[in-house]
Design a protein around this ligand. Structure first.
Ligand SMILES: Cc1ncc(C[n+]2csc(CCOP(=O)(O)OP(=O)(O)O)c2C)c(N)n1
Ligand SMILES: [Mg+2]
Length: 903
């Protein structure tokens, strides 16, 4: 105290006593004491020094342990001017480069929309150009020997800016830019947003579905730690994962839903940059509040290192000269709606309404013209401020960092769309607006061609091009770039799973079969270490808990406690190099981990084999967008929807009983959905998947339904492997010599109904039914569609026969499908089944009851299958209708049973 304040303890106590009167006693005594210290500091040290001391204390406060919850600091830059490092780049050249990029990014969108209506965005990149350029010139590290490169998640709507840079780098040419969003034109153009599926050498991470970029980047950073902890990589330095997101994007639950994980696991390899241009698509993000403050509170509470970059260097002098504290007060008072207004109104407005609120503040800006006031930079447009933030973030240890950078949406577009509510959708500019833009950024485009918005690229030997290339060369190469080094795995062939081909009389479910298969995979000498079991808090449900002890649960902290079940053989083991990713109750998080593991072959040149097993109802239906993204990002791996089947999973009722995931999975172009009925089918499918993905390097992934119904697992009939993989094979023929023939397609657990129906039909109705296992309706359909299209376009050539036709063309009788999924799943193949397909399925909401009652209710039990088959035969006039009526009576089926499907 003495050292700081040249006052006696007596003097201090006097001030303290008077403050105590104001603040009262008890808890408030602390406030009184703080206030006393503050007043004395102010009196003895002056405003400036006191402010510095307070800032230091605020910094300490930020890193102090605290309970979860929001905490904010003043609406000021986190990094004080004194701690701002020298800018290492050539600001003049960098500005010229950036200006050219601004022009080309804008021109690309305007040009495309002058002749088409393909859309595009100008305002997002206009606001974030500095955020990217500082990182491109000084931070993003490209891949090099023993270093996979920093992983950067670019904000999807800023894609034109990334193309504009790649154009200047010489990676894209004018034709590419001209065909922005015209991928089917003239040999192909650039994809609208980051899509690795469409531009596999350029984009690494799809981001444009808001919220998915942030959550994936977080789990990517964690997966990088996992790979290191398990000794699967040995990098010379650790890559940083950068994620750029919009402030509006932070509204998505996925964006913020997992941020505590990043802090808990000390992911200091993760840097998020939130482009706080205060606007989203329709209008302000938080017109009545401050998004930066709100996010600061959330991230600080979650344990992140928060760096606010609010004010550009132009403000430093004003802040310094403000001895009253009124400037900060005014900054705090204004809401984001006000700040947006200051962008669209002239400087005179800001003078009057922002500074003019207090005469002292007006004084502060008397030396500035209105024009200068209107140009006072925001932090996110100031390269020195951004550099300081990136530098601090890169060096920060022990916590992930979020940089909250304040910018202007549509920066530089002026009247055409700077800070306006319509800015997001601005994609056209008239000649006057183009001239203004050109003037503001000094682009050498002449008046006579400006209306055509020509692209401008400095010559290869220009200062700009040389500078730009030298910077990227120094940093290891271009970003974004998706460089996939060829790598294959020595995966097991089908015979490794021979035990499944023998079958077993002991009852088992396909889930149990899968767990056994996964155990075999984990024990495999060649690729066991590449297996990544991922589970969102459901291992016990699936009988996978034995794996906890076998291979351990990944935890960067190891296990700091003794697990309650330590005495049991299979206790809950967490360890630093654990193999299982136990994600807790976060399907979005688990799916993000799946994506990280499933793209490890591309990101790191280390193929991994993820098996993500989850409660099927909470997968495609809940986080379907991430499944879609897994296709785009070229994921390779297995997802397993366990507890599948609207009637097989009984008891759990409406919200749990899944009968439609297979249909959802069918909509994803690179996903192969399978519905195996038996252990041997599972083994054949997985062995084939391993070969296709990790030997043939196909960019596909698998979705398999797993069920929890126990029944004897039969041995594999001879020669069915090809049919299993293609989607249909004859599992069990009906008896020979019958007059009436039928065919029942079963799949998954409901195969049991098909087999029982086969026996009843033979015994009671003299019908010989062949039972087929339909392992994948989607694959059958895809094959049929492919042939159909070819035939349509080659009408004079011999028609191609699809797989289904080749199997069924000569089969007599009626065809019936029975499924534990909605009818649309089997109906996918109906057009190609000779004489049509009669389908039984589980349309409608599930109910809690026994399996038997549920199957009767939905009409997919053995008896209903018999009736369905007889009906299909009667429809074809192969039997008489009265046989069906008799069967309904014989089998005790109530014909007036309520229909489960509503509307
Ligand atoms: C999941 C999802 N919902 C909606 C959209 C449509 N959309 C595209 S951009 C946008 C606004 C973006 O605002 P912000 O995140 O603040 O980005 P900015 O362009 O302002 O940087 C919206 C709603 C989307 N791409 N993804
Ligand atoms: Mg925004």
């Amino acid at each position: 105290m003495r050292a700081l304040f040249p006052c006696s303890r007596n003097e201090f106590n006097q001030v303290k006593a008077s403050n105590k009167e104001i603040y009262g006693s008890g808890g408030d005594q602390v406030s009184a004491t703080l206030k006393s210290v503050f007043e004395l500091a102010l009196a003895s040290q002056g405003t400036e020094r006191t402010a510095q001391m307070l800032e230091k204390l605020a910094q300490e406060l930020r890193s102090a342990p605290r309970p979860a919850g929001g905490i904010t600091t003043p609406y000021a830059n986190t990094i004080p001017v004194e701690e701002q490092p020298e800018y290492p780049g050539d600001r003049v050249i960098e500005r010229r480069i950036k200006s050219i990029m601004r022009w080309n990014a804008m021109a690309m969108v305007v040009k495309a929309n002058s002749t088409t209506n393909v859309g595009g965005h100008i305002a997002s990149f206009a606001s974030s150009a500095t955020l990217y350029e500082v990182a491109q010139n000084h931070f993003f590290r490209g891949a090099s020997e023993n270093f996979p490169g920093d992983q950067v998640y670019f904000q999807g709507h800023a894609a034109p800016g990334m193309y504009a840079r790649a154009y200047m780098e010489g990676r894209l040419d004018e034709k590419d830019l001209k065909n922005f969003r015209q991928e089917l034109t003239d040999g192909g153009g650039l994809s609208s947003y980051p899509h690795p599926y469409l531009m596999p050498k350029f984009w690494q991470f799809p981001t444009v579905s808001m919220g998915l970029g942030p959550i994936m980047s977080l789990y990517q950073a964690r997966f990088n730690r996992y790979l290191q902890a398990r000794g699967l990589v040995n990098w010379k330095s650790e890559p940083k994962v950068w994620s750029f997101l919009g402030d509006g994007e932070s509204d998505e639950p996925e964006s913020l839903g997992a941020i505590t994980l990043a802090a808990r696991e000390n992911l200091d390899n993760l840097i998020w940059v939130v482009n706080c241009n205060l606007q989203r698509l329709d209008g302000p993000v938080r017109g009545n509040g401050k998004i930066i403050q709100e996010l600061e509170g959330l991230f600080t509470g979650a344990g992140w290192n928060v760096i606010k970059v609010i004010w550009g260097g132009d403000w430093d002098d004003l802040i310094k000269r403000d001895k009253t504290g009124l400037l900060l007060k005014r900054m705090e008072e204004c809401v984001d709606g006000d700040y947006q207004k200051y962008v669209v109104e002239p400087g005179s407005y800001t003078r009057k309404h922002f500074f003019g609120k207090y005469p002292e503040l007006l004084e502060l800006v008397t030396h500035l013209s209105d024009e200068q006031i209107s140009k006072l930079l925001r932090g996110g447009h100031d390269v020195r401020k951004m550099y300081a933030a990136y530098q601090a973030a890169s060096e920060h240890q022990g916590q992930p960092t979020v940089i909250l950078a304040k910018t202007v949406k549509g920066y530089g577009l002026g009247e055409a769309g700077e800070g306006k509510n319509i800015s997001h959708q601005q994609k056209k500019m008239n000649e006057k607006e183009l001239r203004e833009f050109r003037g503001r950024f000094n682009i050498p485009v002449s008046d006579d061609v400006i209306a055509e918005t020509p692209f401008f690229r400095p010559a290869p030997d220009s200062e700009e091009t040389k500078y730009l290339l030298a910077r990227r060369q120094k940093l290891g190469g271009f970003i974004p770039a998706r460089i996939v080094k060829p790598a294959t795995l020595d995966v097991p062939k089908a015979d490794y799973f021979a035990e499944f081909f023998k079958g077993s009389t002991a009852e088992a479910s396909t889930t149990m079969a899968f767990v056994r298969l996964l155990t075999l995979m984990l024990r495999h000498k060649g690729v066991g270490k590449n297996v990544v079991p991922i589970i969102p808090d459901e291992a016990r449900t699936f009988g996978m808990d034995a794996l906890f002890k076998d291979v351990g649960i990944y935890s960067p902290k190891g296990q700091l406690y003794e697990p309650v079940d330590k005495k049991s053989l299979l206790y809950y083991l967490e360890k630093k190099d654990g193999q299982i990713l136990e994600e807790g109750i976060s399907e979005a998080g688990a799916m993000s981990s799946f994506v990280a593991a499933a793209t490890s072959y591309a990101s790191h040149g280390v193929p991994m084999i993820p098996f993500y097993t989850y409660y099927s109802m909470f997968g495609l239906q809940r986080v379907g967008d991430l499944f879609w993204l897994a296709g785009d990002i070229r994921a390779r791996g297995f997802v397993l929807g366990a507890t599948a089947g609207r009637t097989t999973l009984n008891g759990e009722g409406l919200q749990h009983q899944d009968g439609h995931s297979l249909l959802h999975a069918s909509t994803i172009p690179t996903c192969l959905p399978y519905d195996p009925a038996f252990g041997f089918e599972l083994a054949v499918i997985i062995a084939d998947g391993l070969r296709r993905m990790f030997v043939e390097n196909e960019d596909i992934y698998y979705y398999l339904s797993l069920y929890n119904e126990n029944y004897p697992m039969p041995p594999m009939p001879a020669g069915v492997e090809d049919g299993i993989v293609k989607g249909l094979y004859r599992f069990k023929r009906g008896y020979e010599g019958a007059k009436v023939k039928a065919h029942i397609f079963g799949s998954g657990s409901i195969m049991q109904s098909a087999l029982k129906a086969q026996a009843i039909l033979a015994e009671k109705y003299g019908v010989s039914a062949d039972v087929w296992s339909a392992t994948s309706y989607k694959l059958l359909r895809t094959d049929a569609i492919r042939c159909q299209r070819w035939n349509m376009l080659h009408p004079t050539q011999p028609a191609k026969i699809n797989y289904l036709e080749s199997l069924l063309a000569k089969e007599p009788g009626a065809f019936v499908a029975v499924s534990d999924n909605i009818r649309t799943v089997p109906d996918q193949i109906a057009p190609w089944v000779p004489g049509g397909l009669f389908t039984l399925g589980t349309d409608g909401f599930g109910r809690s009851d026994t399996r038997g009652r549920l199957r009767r209710f939905f009409g997919v039990d053995a008896e209903s299958t018999v009736i369905g088959t007889l009906y299909a035969l009667a429809e074809k006039k192969l039997i008489e209708r009265k046989v069906v009526a008799q069967a309904i009576k014989d089998l005790g089926v109530n014909p007036e049973l309520a229909q489960p499907q509503i509307v």
